[in-house]
Design a protein around this ligand. Structure first.
Ligand code: BGC
Length: 759
């Protein structure tokens, strides 16, 4: 059933108007008991009633697959009065029609209005913003009145003269709002609207100015001390026509000057021309990723108290806490949280600042478990997964970006978000219904890989991102040295495994996939392993019986995937682990891994008895390492291990974000292996956990907690002289199978526990 019964999609009669304002005046009679508005848009909007901006929602209605649009409900009751009232909606291009879409579809547009999977681009990427809204008035006497968008709405040119996520916003308080005529009812295809049941983007942390910097170049730069995504809020009342112009940056260059070349062609230029009346300015139809604000134009004295950076992200509940005895690790944890906050803006994005901010599936795939530990992300991911299912191609392919912009390739570890994310969300929150809803997508994804190419049980060929930004392929390479066919086939195995596990949980017959899983394993070992070690044969030779020459193959990531995904035989594990350790040693006690290997390298080590080396890597301070960025003043996660190198030089301007969450996935090792809490399939949602701590004296102590559906679950260990203390808090309804180092398993039911052991 259609969500809007009395409203039509409307647009400005002048489609070139970037931020049109749709206005409707209406009468309210006596005895109003309730007034609600249901608002959907293509683009983003903000709404005012009688000039009052009342909503907490930001960047509404968010970003979805082009096949659907969300509608939000607002309570207007407190803002209406008897007599004449006015409601106004100002729209900006947002995700639907802005540069974010234009830039990333240009290539496909050139290919004749269809993407490579035959979908019509004009539907996916319309030229103009559009609005659909219904205002429902209910009276005490039971009467009802509904006002829906139609051709009677007036359209004005707003004082928002320009707005775009990448390029910024121009607000001209001196501009006259000129009538553009009546709204046009859109009679072509428009997406179906659904009422939002996922968290909206809202304001969160507010950060003040830490320092006003006069740079060597003479620029005035405000340092908020925290890289974040959102907008600045500026208190300023001056004369009409004064100009406040801002540039945004994440870092200063090595000479201490303002720098934002890494934003590439995203201009992030915000201009407010004051109206002499407004007291507080903030962008309304854009957002930026920034720590530094350069005041390119500012009319008055710069008073730091007048500037605040406000973090915007989806309204998720914080459920996880962590602390350790190592200040640098605690800072790393803070940076992981900020990476998530900055990139969970209605969809999980890669970064919030440059000309991307896209729902890259691989980034979410590796970070998903950590995300679920930090915040309750169930509603957030449920929405994104629905869009993933809608944007999944008929042949099962899942593009690298969801909601889909371009679908140029279908990469292993990126498309596998289709199986990994639903399963991780099930483990974290135990919602079988959500897993069931996503099961068809998971199955189609596995079927897609199965049907890809010549080899039935391997994923050979295709276009992959590989071990993205790994350090072992030489400076300047993005793909890493691990062979992409090996990664793809390992992921084929992993996705099939997850599909089988999901089927068993849901009571669906998956015997066919169980058999497939075993065949993949056999074929993987035949094609990519020799004498228990990963190998790579010259291109095209991997499957030939007479293959001879073995070329590079033994990389850290190859071993990590073989060990962690369960592709090694028991008897091979020791040798593989020793080889992994020697590769780490040969690299000065450091990783070479990228997006694919890094999330699992510490897991692989701990699972194979080398937690000591896992801690070495965690505590490593030389590049590449997590603490290298912490030591270099990072306040979020960096995209590259060497986003800034030892000499303070930047990696390159080409691809260098200082706010990418992927490497933050290390927190799932901290929680799951160092503290030791894992959720088995049958314990989803924390009904049961398996706890096996792997403490290390170098950290002093570690403690973490999770607000679960059963209540607070907490666990900790702490070294005291010659002893180590373990603490566990188990809520009612949860059971834990505890294995302390060197001891056998015991069951803990609700209660607080303390165990003291010799250290
Ligand atoms: C993004 C990554 C993403 C990648 C694909 C980049 O531009 O920022 O995080 O996953 O492309 O490899």
């Amino acid at each position: 059933m259609a969500l809007f019964k009395n409203a039509k999609w409307i647009r400005s009669p002048k489609t070139e108007e970037i931020c049109p304002k749709f206005v409707k005046t209406f009468e309210v009679g006596k005895g109003l008991s309730e007034a609600k508005a249901l608002i959907g848009a293509r683009g983003v909007y903000f709404v005012t009633v009688n000039g009052i901006e009342f909503s907490d929602k930001r960047l509404a209605p968010g970003w979805t697959s082009f096949r659907r649009a969300l509608a939000d409900e607002e309570d207007l009751t407190p803002y209406l009065h008897e007599g004449k009232n006015e409601i106004a909606f100002t729209l900006g291009s947002g995700w639907a029609t802005g540069e974010i879409i234009r830039r990333h579809t240009e290539g496909w547009m050139a290919h004749g209005q269809k993407d490579p999977f035959g979908r019509s681009l004009s539907k996916m990427y319309p030229e103009t913003v559009a609005l659909v809204a219904e205002i429902s008035l209910s009276y005490e006497n039971g009467e009802k009145c509904v006002i829906g968008t139609d051709g009677s709405f007036d359209v004005l040119s707003s004082q928002y003269r320009y707005a775009d996520f990448y390029n910024g916003e121009t607000f001209d308080g001196t501009a006259k709002e000129v009538s553009l005529g009546h709204a046009e009812v859109i009679d072509s295809w428009m997406p179906k609207c659904e009422k939002r049941n996922s968290p909206c983007v809202a304001e969160h942390e507010r950060v003040g100015v830490r320092e006003i910097i006069r740079t060597p170049k003479g620029e005035t730069v405000l340092d908020f001390g925290q890289n974040l995504a959102g907008y600045p809020v500026i208190r300023y009342t001056g004369k009409a026509g004064e100009r406040i112009r801002l540039s945004f940056g994440e870092v200063l260059d090595k000479d201490g000057n303002f720098y934002n070349d890494n934003y590439r062609w995203a201009k992030n230029d915000v201009l407010f021309i004051t109206d002499g009346k407004t007291e507080v300015y903030r962008p309304h139809l854009t957002f930026q990723g920034f720590r530094y604000l350069r005041l390119d134009e500012f009319p008055g004295e710069v008073n730091p108290d007048d500037f605040t950076a406000v973090a915007l992200y989806s309204d998720m509940k914080r459920i996880g806490r962590f602390e350790s005895g190592n200040g640098k690790i605690n800072k790393l944890y803070e940076n992981i949280l900020w990476g998530q906050r900055s990139n969970f803006i209605d969809v999980p994005t890669d970064c919030p600042q440059r000309d991307e901010r896209l729902g890259w599936t691989g980034d979410a795939e590796v970070f998903c478990r950590t995300a679920c530990l930090n915040y309750n992300t169930k509603g957030f991911f449920a929405k994104w997964l629905k869009d993933m299912a809608l944007d999944q191609c008929p042949n099962g392919a899942v593009g690298s970006i969801i909601p889909a912009t371009f679908i140029g390739n279908c990469s292993a570890a990126w498309g596998d978000a289709a199986t990994v994310c639903p399963f991780e969300i099930y483990l974290a929150y135990g919602d079988k219904k959500l897993l069931r809803e996503n099961f068809p997508m998971m199955k189609k994804w596995v079927d897609y890989i199965h049907g890809f190419g010549e080899e039935e049980y391997l994923w050979i060929g295709g276009s992959h991102y590989g071990d993205w930004v790994a350090m072992d392929a030489g400076y300047g390479s993005y793909i890493g040295a691990t062979q992409t066919d090996l990664i793809a086939s390992a992921y084929f195995y992993r996705s099939t495994d997850l599909l089988v596990r999901a089927g068993k949980i849901l009571g669906i017959d998956v015997s066919e996939y169980e058999a497939m899983k075993e065949k993949i394993r056999t074929e993987f070992r035949r094609a990519f392993m020799k004498d228990g070690m990963p190998v790579v044969y010259p291109k095209g030779d991997a499957l030939k019986d007479d293959r001879k020459e073995v070329v590079r193959g033994v990389t850290q990531t190859a071993i990590v995937l073989i060990l962690h995904f369960g592709l090694a035989e028991e008897g091979e594990k020791k040798n593989l682990t020793d080889t992994l350790v020697s590769l780490i040693e040969a690299n000065g006690g450091r990783m070479t891994t990228g997006f694919v290997g890094t999330p699992y390298i510490l897991h692989a080590l701990t699972e194979n008895g080398r937690s000591d080396v896992a801690y070495d890597l965690l505590l490593q301070e030389k590049n590449p390492s997590w603490l290298f960025s912490v030591n270099h003043g990072a306040t979020t996660m960096w995209e590259h291990w060497d986003s800034v190198n030892e000499n303070g030089e930047f990696w390159s301007t080409d691809m260098n974000s200082f706010n990418h969450y992927a490497y933050g996935a290390v927190y799932d090792w901290i929680f799951g292996k160092a503290l030791g809490a894992q959720i088995p399939d049958e314990g989803a949602g924390y009904r049961e956990v398996a706890i096996a701590p792997h403490p290390d004296r170098r950290l002093g102590f570690m403690s973490a907690s999770e607000e679960t559906a059963f209540g607070k679950f907490a666990l900790a260990w702490a070294y005291r002289e010659n002893e180590i203390e373990y603490h566990f808090e188990i809520p009612e309804g949860m059971t834990a199978e505890l294995t302390l180092p060197g001891e056998s398993e015991r069951t803990l039911t609700a209660g607080n526990y303390k165990f003291v052991r010799r250290a």
